[in-house]
Design a protein around this ligand. Structure first.
Ligand code: BGC
Length: 360
């Protein structure tokens, strides 16, 4: 029970077991002064727990995850992980840069997905507790990693403050021109993880446009207005209001698995708001990134998650802030020039002040 008392902010580290190849994994618990906390692994930079107060002041863990490294290694789904070098799918795993064609690892036939066979989600990152609420993770991706050009140094900083802001600061620099698009694959269920599906959570996304996908969930680069489609979340609605509508795009994604375009890059703006009537918890997503992938966990299948809870299809959803999909490169360049700094920030803000309004 959240008591309303205040305690000192802290970051504490403990062992989280070993990978199948014997590497030691550490877990960092970032606790704020009201006792809410997030847990982060140096393996994949994974957000493993997000425990925030619900409408009754009880701490509720809204983040899907596992209790051991082996499950993170074994199951796909990228639960809570940092995604890099390039979030989302790249058609046939190829792109041209400076007159040269690069061929990336194919891990989602016929395309490249989320950084390839061994993306950033599968590495142990160097970690540093910077102060009592800032954890810094770093990783160096060598030239040619999964087919990408340039040696890329990446840092991801996690901060969890007293207003329940979980902020993620991404920075990267390459020694050669390359492409970069980093995100985090946090799955949330604001009813509490393991408490059924997210279909009764309500969502608002401040986007007028989304990008269409093909039958392999690859963004085609075709940008469509959300008006009069099931993709219109500009006014808050339950996830299940339109998800079963007869719509080719929903069929291709087996639900929502689409990139929404918010527009401005580099300025912090409100992207989305997710709420649960059951818990009273609201998650507001704020980011410098121009797009967000809404993925309603359509390919999650039955497995055992944290605390032996049963996870199933659509039991969590992701709001993955990111750049435009590669197929939109004619309108937004994903190129990071040699020596330039990639610098983006996303904040997931949690509060429990949400009041139940009649459903739309
Ligand atoms: C993608 C899904 C994919 C999932 C993998 C999401 O970001 O949009 O298509 O299946 O990641 O877990």
């Amino acid at each position: 029970m959240f008591s309303g008392r205040t305690i000192p902010m802290s970051i504490k580290m403990r062992d989280f077991g070993v990978t199948s190849s014997g590497e030691k994994v550490s877990l960092y618990k970032l606790t704020n002064s009201i006792g809410a906390y997030v847990k982060i692994l140096d393996y994949g930079g994974i957000i493993q727990t997000v425990a925030v107060p619900d409408k009754n002041g009880n701490l509720t863990d809204v983040c899907l995850g596992y209790d051991n490294v082996i499950s993170y290694e074994k199951y796909d789904g990228y639960l809570g992980a940092v995604i890099g070098r390039f979030a989302n799918r790249i058609k046939n795993g190829t792109f041209d840069l400076n007159g040269k064609t690069y061929n990336l690892a194919i891990n989602d036939r016929p395309n490249h997905l989320h950084g390839g066979i061994k993306g950033f989600d599968k590495y142990i990152w160097a970690s540093e507790i910077v102060d009592n609420n800032l954890l810094r993770l770093s990783h160096c991706s060598p030239d040619g990693d999964e087919g990408y050009p340039g040696k890329l140094n990446v840092t991801v900083e996690y901060r969890f403050d007293n207003d329940n802001n979980l902020s993620i600061h991404y920075a990267a620099q390459s020694d050669a021109d390359t492409v970069v698009n980093l995100t985090n694959h946090l799955y949330v269920n604001l009813n509490g993880h393991g408490n059924g599906t997210i279909l009764n959570n309500k969502l608002k996304i401040n986007a007028d446009y989304f990008t269409e996908i093909d039958k392999n969930c690859l963004s085609t680069g075709i940008i469509t207005k959300v008006d009069n489609t099931p993709f219109d979340f500009r006014v808050e609605k339950r996830i299940d209001r339109d998800i079963l509508k007869d719509n080719t795009q929903l069929k291709y994604g087996s639900g929502y698995d689409h990139n929404y375009i918010l527009g401005s890059t580099g300025v912090m703006k409100e992207i989305a708001e997710l709420t649960s009537e059951k818990s009273g918890i609201r998650m507001t997503t704020i980011s410098t990134m121009p797009c967000v992938q809404l993925y309603t966990g359509n390919y999650l299948s039955d497995f055992i998650g944290k605390g032996s809870k049963l996870y199933a299809r659509q039991c969590g959803l992701c709001l993955e802030t990111q750049l435009y999909p590669m197929e939109c490169r004619n309108i937004f360049s994903p190129v990071l020039a040699a020596g330039a700094i990639y610098d983006h920030k996303t904040i997931y803000h949690f509060d429990n002040t949400y009041t139940n309004l009649p459903l739309k």
